[in-house]
Design a protein around this ligand. Structure first.
Ligand code: BGC
Length: 457
């Protein structure tokens, strides 16, 4: 006899449902209480770097509204909250002197989450390097591994009694591709020689922070990567080679060294003379046992060979595809495919979906406080079903953090893209749960069963 649909959609017992944010995107007041500037404060204040000159100076004012935001999570039934810590609030100069007031902010936040039965998942680094460290070369300086481990140690000592899930880096690929190769993100460099060095040092920093955690911490630590399955646009040898390069560059460049202790062969082909021969000992540092991996998934990429440098590969627009406001194709099957791929390549490591979501054009808040966002509901429903399929295929998926709890600062795109399941009025800071938040709330309450409900909207 076949299972009723709702039961078939339910997730394993203990599956962790939550939402995700990042410090610079929501907190605001980046210099409050003795904090130092980060590369993002500096970048956003450089004319021409962000859309409309938008900055994180106020953002969602979470720095002052954290209690209200935790109450909102509680109201929506969230079981977990993934957030990041701003390094320069804790260490204004990046190293050395600890700013107790900065530490207190996160300590209060963690207490409030626990009081409300919400499990904190803490990311050490979500792109906001202290500006003082950038002045010393930032991720291009090999010392960054020590700086990062020392920063981690400060947080482990203060919070490991209460935080049980730690993440070293969020998306090393974006940090390097955006920050050091194409310059769209802070610190805004454009150099094919710098990009491999920044990537490698990020991975050394990751390894050093995990090592420091093993000495100090009692719980779990992992790495978060963004993965975009690459499918070849044709069977031509050129497109087949292009898809291998694109896949190595984005999907294997970080997980391979972290888990297998080596880089994909294609890296040399991609970067040529700009790809150094790394000291073998570096891989002993980079390859540390991970308790889990976090995967951020937004879209796929159908790849064809082209002349772009250095990858010589790029996406082909799908004529029948649905695209989000950020121009990303909606492709839920890609999430199942990548989870099955990761299990095959890296072993069945416990995995969290640490980000997934979409920016769509939302209508204004209607009378009575309603925001109808059926496209986002559809996106979430289909991606959650794709995760359910991966679980059926034997993948060890432990939780899901929707991106994002709140509409927030979309980096260089400023406030122009809304990813939240909760609408934020940037004038008044009023929060209004969108229909997708109500839908997600039901999914959580039924442990996935509500995915089988007919569409309510
Ligand atoms: C990042 C988020 C970002 C989201 C949407 C991810 O790459 O971790 O900070 O807002 O994608 O672009």
């Amino acid at each position: 006899m076949s299972q009723p649909l709702a039961a078939a959609k339910q997730f394993p017992e203990g599956f962790l449902w939550g939402s995700a944010t990042a410090a610079h995107q929501i907190e605001g007041y980046p210099l409050a209480d003795g904090a130092g500037p980060s590369i993002w404060t500096r970048f956003a204040h450089t004319p021409g770097m962000t859309l409309n000159g938008d900055t994180g100076d106020v953002a969602c004012d979470h720095y002052h509204r954290w209690k209200e935001d935790v109450a909102l999570m509680k109201e929506l039934g969230m079981q977990a909250y993934r957030f990041s810590v701003s390094w320069s609030r804790i260490l204004p100069e990046g190293t050395g002197r600890v700013n107790q007031k900065g530490l207190d902010f996160y300590s209060r936040l963690v207490d409030e989450l626990l009081k409300n039965g919400i499990e904190p998942l803490l990311t050490l680094y979500h792109w906001d390097l202290p500006a003082a460290l950038d002045d010393r070369g930032g991720w291009l300086n090999r010392d960054c591994a020590e700086w990062f481990a020392d920063y981690g140690r400060t947080l482990y000592r203060a919070l490991d009694g209460r935080v049980k899930k730690w993440v070293t880096l969020n998306e090393p690929w974006v940090i390097t591709d955006g920050g050091y190769l194409h310059g769209a993100l802070a610190p805004g460099h454009r150099s094919r020689f710098e990009a491999p060095i920044a990537s490698h040092n990020l991975m050394r920093a990751h390894g050093a922070a995990v090592q420091a955690y093993r000495a100090e911490g009692k719980h779990e630590i992992g790495l978060v990567v963004n993965i975009e399955p690459k499918y070849a646009a044709s069977d031509s040898p050129e497109d087949q080679a292009a898809v291998r390069r694109a896949d190595a560059y984005m999907n294997r460049q970080y997980l391979d060294p972290a888990i297998l202790g080596r880089y994909p062969d294609e890296m040399k082909e991609i970067f040529g003379e700009a790809w150094p021969d790394w000291p073998a000992a570096d891989f002993d540092l980079i390859r540390q046992k991970l308790d889990f991996i976090g995967i951020n998934y937004y879209t796929r990429n159908v790849t064809q060979a082209n002349d772009s440098y250095p990858l010589r590969a790029g996406p082909v627009k799908q004529p029948l595809g649905t695209y989000t406001e950020t121009g990303w194709e909606v492709f839920p099957q890609g999430l199942t495919d990548l989870l099955v791929w990761a299990k095959g390549r890296y072993g069945n490591i416990p995995t969290y979906i640490t980000e997934n979501g979409a920016a769509f054009f939302d209508p204004p808040v209607a009378e009575g406080g309603r925001v109808r966002d059926p496209l986002r509901i559809d996106y979430l429903r289909k991606h959650l079903s794709a995760i359910r399929d991966a679980i059926d295929a034997g993948c060890d998926i432990r939780g899901y953090m929707v991106w994002s709890l709140l509409d927030n600062l979309e980096w260089s795109l400023g406030y122009s893209k809304r990813f939240g399941i909760v609408h934020v009025n940037y004038g008044t800071q009023e929060r209004t749960p969108k229909d997708s938040a109500r839908f997600y709330s039901k999914v959580i309450a039924s442990n996935g069963g509500a995915l089988a409900d007919p569409l309510p909207y």
